[in-house]
Design a protein around this ligand. Structure first.
Ligand code: 6PG
Length: 241
């Protein structure tokens, strides 16, 4: 695991954008494509806008990039809460990404059916090969969740390699999430976490004793590389090394 700690959030975004470009170049050179699972929420919006900006857009062979989603809210694709909508507005549409390169969750289906359909979509894409994202981008909630692997939810102990529905009982809403075993098949995982409000969660996940029900992001231990892109505020409770 590699920590990339920089003074400001802007520098974290640039670091991660550079890493994304490098990973894309390596994957496309090796296998002719770069398969990425996008994270949702607010943090990655700035990253996506940076990748679509003149400073970065020419650095990636976008027609060879294929986009999946690490998780999705159970809302229409036009909803302000939709991770697809956020990524489409910040990255996919500005880059002119073809629909055939984007695999979104069908949230028009009931949650369990949407998760099963997404599992089939992923299996169909990878075919006989093991489902393996070249890069899974992940965020971290202040309660130590990642994707939609929330504390004390059954999905944390789901050994399946696919997508699952998750009921957030406190809000009585569903999410669809990739399972930890699928995320852990990735060649690389990159967490993007910035802001002081995440400092406690970063310490829980990276430093405290293992307790995946309390700190679900501890489940993420891919066979490939794990990178944490943090600003100093988010890393502020880590032991000084
Ligand atoms: C989501 C995300 C989720 C997110 C964290 C952090 O759908 O919300 O996938 O796992 O990464 O909740 O969210 P923020 O970046 O908005 O703090």
């Amino acid at each position: 695991m590699e920590l990339h700690i920089t003074p400001t959030a802007e520098q974290v975004l640039t670091d991660l954008a550079d890493y994304f470009v490098a990973q894309a170049g390596r994957a496309i050179a090796a296998r002719g494509r770069f398969v990425v699972a996008l994270s949702g929420g607010n943090s990655p919006r700035k990253l996506y806008k940076l990748l679509a900006s003149p400073a970065y857009r020419e650095k990636v062979a976008w027609p060879q990039v294929f986009f999946f989603f690490g998780d999705e809210r159970n809302v229409p694709a036009t909803d302000a809460e939709s991770n697809y909508r956020m990524a489409n507005e910040a990255l996919l549409e500005p880059l002119g990404i073809a629909a055939a390169q984007v695999f979104a969750v069908h949230t028009t289906l009931p949650p369990a059916a949407a998760a099963a359909a997404y599992t089939r979509t992923i299996q169909g894409f990878f075919g006989a090969e093991e489902a393996c994202f070249d890069l899974a981008l992940l965020g971290l909630g202040d309660n130590s969740h990642t994707a939609s692997l929330f504390p004390h939810t059954p999905v944390l102990h789901d050994a399946s390699v696919g997508a699952r529905e998750v009921l957030l009982a406190d809000k009585n809403v569903f999410r669809i999430t990739l399972t930890a075993p699928l995320l852990n098949q990735a060649r690389a995982v990159a967490f993007l976490v910035y802001g002081e409000d995440k400092a406690a969660a970063v310490r829980h996940v990276l430093h405290d004793a293992r307790d995946v029900d309390e700190f679900p992001a501890q489940l993420i231990a891919p066979t490939g590389e794990t990178h944490w892109f943090l600003d100093q505020a988010a890393a502020s409770l880590l032991p000084k090394h």
